[in-house]
Write a protein that binds this ligand. Structure first.
Ligand code: LMR
Length: 402
């Protein structure tokens, strides 16, 4: 009798488990639209030129790999503070912005969850729907996880009135997770005016905002996509936000990201930092060196940073182009209202890597089994993995299962 004999088989991860199934699929035409990974026009995961340059420099002059400080590489956290909050941000000048290096955005969420859990009222609200891993991460941190309305149930687009009503009804001290941009999975973002209203309701209700930013630069640009964080900071109340360089620097496997806490003064910030360090030390001791070194080098060098913003714009525009092509391709394949089917024009209005297609679980399973086209059971597809070679096939497949 093994000590592990009672261990139950865990369900496959709803997103990364799809990649496992995709890799095992023998269909030569298979397309992975499951995981949120940007691929270039040739279907390849890009190494950005700005990253390649830094790595060549590092290759010629390798740096020692000692332990980083618990809160991360100073050059990295300094650059991230300026990138997200702005070089002239008052919270930086007043030493009340805490930035710690984390294992990408997910690591930041977990540290944030463990930090906030004892501070609020123990409940945390996610958008309905939200990134599938949010629920699991925050449940692990001990929260009672609930939802606020987000995607309209009966139509495409937001249920903004429902969202506001649910946030207004939340108890003081509830943590509210908001997506800074490129909402995952729906692709529906709030307008400027809608953000103003959300910030007001969160502030009035004394809720704790946790703004998850995994896609900075994929909606409108790196400066525009931080607007929600800036609006919260402008209230003068504490705000927590995450940062990830997985997508926007194509550094997925480096697990490089950050957690930021904007405090009310420097003394509070020092105490917050000390607690975040305890959490990081007990989870992973300290963070890895390489990704942080690369990001710091790109962000601190004018030419490399300019190159990065151009490469990022290239990724953003290619995704937008694929959205338009998908809409046109589906219409050409007969998915039109005139044909008695749902018009898919809404795909072009969504932002970021994902589209919420509205397809049912049965249709997504059929897409997978009959066509080898992988999206999540909830109907999410990664538009950033479409290209000239697979888009017609994907349109044909979707048209077939609808
Ligand atoms: C996704 O939503 O597909 C990405 O954020 C990757 C992941 O870790 O789930």
């Amino acid at each position: 009798m093994s000590v592990f004999s009672a261990v139950e088989m865990a369900p496959r991860d709803p997103i990364l488990g799809l990649t496992e199934a995709f890799l095992a699929d023998q269909n030569p035409k298979k397309v992975n639209l499951g995981v949120g990974v940007y691929q270039d026009a040739n279907g390849k995961l890009p190494v950005l030129e700005c990253v390649r340059t830094v790595e060549q420099q590092l290759g010629q002059n390798p740096k020692p790999r000692g332990y980083l400080p618990i809160d991360g590489l100073k050059a990295f956290t300094t650059e991230v503070a300026k990138l997200v909050h702005g070089a002239d941000a008052a919270e930086i000048a007043e030493n009340r912005l805490v930035t710690v290096q984390t294992l990408s955005g997910t690591g930041a969420l977990r540290v944030a969850g463990d930090f906030l859990r004892p501070l609020g009222n123990g409940t945390l609200l996610l958008s309905d729907p939200s990134w599938e891993n949010h629920q699991a991460v925050f449940t692990r941190s001990g929260f009672e996880v609930g939802t606020y309305r987000y995607k309209a149930a009966e139509r495409d687009g937001l249920d903004f009135d429902g969202m506001l009503a649910d946030l207004r009804a939340a108890d003081k001290g509830t943590v509210v997770v908001l997506h800074a941009c490129c909402h995952n999975p729906t692709g529906y973002d709030l307008s400027d005016e809608q953000w103003d209203q959300v910030v007001q309701v969160v502030t009035d209700g004394e809720l704790i905002p946790l703004v998850d930013m995994a896609y900075q630069g994929f909606a409108e640009g790196p400066e525009q996509d931080v607007k929600a964080i800036k609006k919260f900071v402008a209230t003068g109340k504490p705000v927590v936000n995450t940062v990830s360089f997985a997508k926007n620097l194509s550094l997925y496997g480096e697990r490089i990201g950050a957690l930021q806490v904007t405090c009310t003064d420097a003394d509070e910030a020092a105490r917050v930092l000390s607690q975040l360090k305890v959490l990081i030390r007990t989870m992973v001791s300290s963070s890895p060196t390489h990704g942080a070194t690369v990001v710091a080098a790109v962000l601190s060098d004018h030419a490399l940073r300019t190159q990065w913003t151009e490469e990022l714009a290239g990724m953003r525009e290619r995704i937008k182009e694929m959205r338009r092509r998908l809409v046109d391709g589906l219409a050409a394949a007969g998915v039109t209202a005139a044909n008695g089917k749902k018009d898919m024009g809404f795909i072009a209005e969504q932002a970021g890597m994902f589209s919420y297609t509205g397809l049912s679980k049965e249709q997504m399973v059929q897409l997978r089994e009959k066509w080898g086209v992988y999206g999540t059971d909830k109907g999410r597809i990664c538009v950033a993995a479409l290209n000239d070679s697979n888009i017609d096939y994907v349109c044909e497949a979707i048209a077939d299962v609808i």
